[in-house]
Design a protein around this ligand. Structure first.
Ligand SMILES: [Fe+2]
Length: 168
């Protein structure tokens, strides 16, 4: 059963939109026959592929070989969810408010688990396991920018902005 996780800003619009990104991500993750022919892996970097794009949302399929992961990043104004279809991913979430020390939560997400997130949700995801992992990510609206960060004792240090059509 899904519950809005700690450190997540629920977006009221998600609840009004169909089954929502959680249902979409979990539904696809549970039915690999819908996408396994498209699945690939890369040894030099994480592999990803756009499965669907509408005016409301995007769906991406990602694979993660052991050791592969992201930088600390957010998804700009997009909300969404990601579900683990195979393997285990480790997610580290960072919440930083001005004037307060940052709060971190790290958790292992096994196949079948799903995480939902609101705008400007900052996390780091990696495959710390020994077998490949696969995940399905839904963003609403579609992913337009991603901010990259470095965590410092005083809080998040913004490093760069990546843009759709330029950086992915
Ligand atoms: Fe992310």
């Amino acid at each position: 059963m899904y519950a809005v996780p700690e450190l997540t800003v629920p977006d009221a619009d998600i609840a009004r939109w169909g089954g929502g990104p959680v249902s979409l991500a979990m539904g696809l993750a549970a039915h690999p026959e819908r996408w396994w022919r498209l699945l690939n892996y890369r040894t030099d970097t994480r592999w990803y592929r756009l499965l669907e794009r509408t005016e409301q949302y995007e769906v991406w399929l990602l694979s993660w070989l052991p050791g592969q992961g992201t930088d600390l990043h957010d998804h700009g104004p997009a909300s969404g969810a990601f579900a683990i279809a195979a393997g285990t991913l480790t997610e580290r979430v960072v919440a930083a408010k001005p004037g307060r020390p940052p709060v971190e939560v790290t958790r292992a997400l096994n196949a079948g688990r799903c995480r939902a997130f609101g705008p400007h949700y900052v996390h780091h995801v990696t495959n710390a396991g020994t077998v490949p992992a696969v995940s399905v990510h839904v963003y609403t609206p579609g992913l337009s920018i991603m901010n990259r960060y470095r965590l410092e004792p005083s809080g998040l240090c913004h490093l760069a902005v990546e843009q759709a059509g330029v950086d992915w």
